[in-house]
Design a binder for this molecule. Structure first.
Ligand SMILES: [Fe+2]
Ligand SMILES: [Fe+2]
Length: 265
């Protein structure tokens, strides 16, 4: 089949319209304003248009506003100013630990995929989550490379262990607890990215942290919805329990500074 130039132009224009429509629908649905009309972007050719999944953070579409009220309502405590100050003073370490967190998030989700194969919904949601966490991992590696930052071993902090030690040991309760803990880790990450983006003295990094808010807040909601859908009982009591445990880990003095550490001791 041959296509003449006029047909090709019509097809491209139709494709652009469909693409623009889906972008518009998506931003209304997700209540996220995107910088699609940025004049610099408007000058780019179709081939160079920024992609959601670019490894180079320069090409990411960063939402101007993401509604974080579900995240703030879910968490039992807000990050203290003392943690934010310490994080800003130790930014390379926070970036290194962030890289570790992305890798661990993907690894934990992969373990769940192998362990709980009976649920289609769990498989599908976690497969997407793993893809996104590995993309974030690559993006953070790119940031470290750009900043000339060497990879440095960092031991895990107390945060995840502090919640996992309360995990029930029988199924399906163990699975439900891990999913609830996953929801808290994602929600806290989101809250901390937002807190850092407000004050960070590096606009490129701040923009990247704002870009992460959309996916990390969805991860929190996905974990929570999975926990409820795979549990025979109402999970509210369990969520309330981990809310307290998590808030204590974030608010109490912590000798080690990490992405998810408590108030600097
Ligand atoms: Fe992530
Ligand atoms: Fe995530």
């Amino acid at each position: 089949m041959t296509i003449n130039q006029q047909d090709l132009a019509t097809l491209q224009s139709t494709a652009n319209t469909i693409d623009n429509d889906s972008i518009e629908k998506k931003s209304v649905e997700e209540n996220v304003s995107q910088t699609v009309n940025n004049s610099a972007e408007a000058n780019l050719t179709e081939k160079e248009l920024p992609e959601e999944d670019s490894i180079d953070i320069t090409h990411l579409r960063t939402p101007i506003k993401v509604d974080l009220s579900p995240v703030y309502n879910f968490l039992g405590a807000r990050t203290t100013q003392a943690w934010v100050n310490a994080a800003i003073e130790n930014l390379p370490m926070i970036i290194q630990d962030h890289a570790n967190c992305e890798k661990k998030a993907a690894g934990t989700a992969m373990n769940l995929i192998f362990r709980y194969e009976f649920s289609y919904d769990l498989q599908r949601k976690l497969a997407q989550l793993i893809r996104e966490e590995m993309l974030h991992y690559e993006q953070v590696l790119g940031i470290m490379n750009e900043r000339g930052q060497e990879w440095k071993y960092l031991s895990a902090g107390r945060y995840a262990k502090g919640m996992l030690k309360h995990k029930r040991t029988y199924e399906p309760a163990a699975m439900v607890d891990v999913l609830i803990i996953g929801a808290f880790i994602e929600a806290r990450s989101c809250e901390r990215f937002a807190a850092l983006a407000e004050v960070i003295d590096d606009e490129r990094l701040a923009k990247y942290y704002r870009y992460l808010l959309k996916s990390e807040s969805r991860h929190f909601e996905d974990y929570l919805a999975l926990a409820q859908s795979l549990s025979d009982e109402n999970i509210d009591e369990r969520v309330a329990f981990f809310k307290e445990v998590e808030a204590e880990l974030i608010s109490s003095p912590d000798a080690e500074l990490r992405f998810h550490s408590g108030t600097p001791a």
